[in-house]
Design a protein. Structure first.
Length: 255
């Protein structure tokens, strides 16, 4: 068995993209689909132009394409986008960082599901992301995204939780740790993947996350111009998943 420590996102991109495509992504989508059906789709026109922020491997984009919407996906991972091209071949895909993208105001809606925005590690860059989204929306456009806020990170449903799976060609394990004094969390991920018969490679990485407060996020949204900011608890308000300790923000560009 060979061992290697992954010190860059690029090293980890290939095996993680496969795991996300086959396991994590579909799991997130089980929650994302009914969320968008409740909070987004009733408020956009038929055939609306929609931007999928942190689109991952594209299954959610394809679901919207099947409903007749026009969809553009953006993600920073080239390997994720390679899977997305297969899963959503008619989706326009952009390789880019959501903190820095610039698109004209051509979208009726923008969404980000799967807690991707928790990986933006300071409020200034999160505000910058909101500014980019605002500029990409039509007047009266809607922005929907999910986050795990600071109190939820400290619950047993996240802090200390271990996930994983074993397949014929790979195995993975993930553990979450949260530090309430700094509001920082770490996702520790280990993957073993088969290189050739009886030869496995180990990759280890740690991904940081930040636990924002609801007030911080609302203030950042309002700072860039969003109005009618509403917050929905996925468990209490939407009744979608008893273990989903996250909220969804819904806001509009009204000018």
């Amino acid at each position: 068995m060979s061992s290697s420590s992954a010190t860059s996102y690029e090293k980890f991109d290939e095996p993680f993209a496969r795991i996300y495509n086959e396991s994590l992504g579909p799991g997130y989508n089980e929650l994302a689909l009914p969320t968008l059906e409740k909070l987004l789709l009733p408020y956009v026109p038929e055939g609306a132009n929609i931007l999928d922020l942190c689109c991952g491997t594209g299954q959610l984009s394809q679901w919207l394409l099947n409903k007749g919407y026009q969809v553009t996906g953006i993600d920073r991972s080239q390997t994720m986008l390679e899977y997305a091209r297969k899963n959503a071949p008619n989706c326009k895909l952009i390789l880019g960082d959501v903190r820095f993208f610039e698109l004209p105001p051509t979208f009726h809606a923008v969404y980000s599901m799967g807690l991707g925005l928790n990986h933006i590690l300071n409020l200034s860059e999160l505000t910058g992301t909101f500014h980019n989204v605002y500029n990409a929306l039509h007047s009266n456009g809607i922005f929907v995204f999910d986050l795990r806020l600071e109190d939820a990170h400290n619950r047993p449903s996240w802090n200390g939780r271990i996930l994983g799976n074993i397949k014929d060609e790979y195995a993975w394990a993930m553990k979450n740790i949260y530090h309430p004094e700094s509001r920082e969390g770490q996702i520790y991920l280990t993957i073993f993947h088969l290189i050739e018969k009886d030869c496995w490679k180990r990759l280890d990485t740690t991904w940081p996350v930040i636990a924002y407060s609801k007030a911080e996020v609302q203030s950042a949204l309002e700072k860039v111009g969003f109005k009618e900011v509403n917050v929905y608890d996925v468990k209490l308000d939407l009744a979608l998943d008893t273990e989903a300790d996250m909220v969804c923000f819904v806001c509009r560009k009204l000018n």
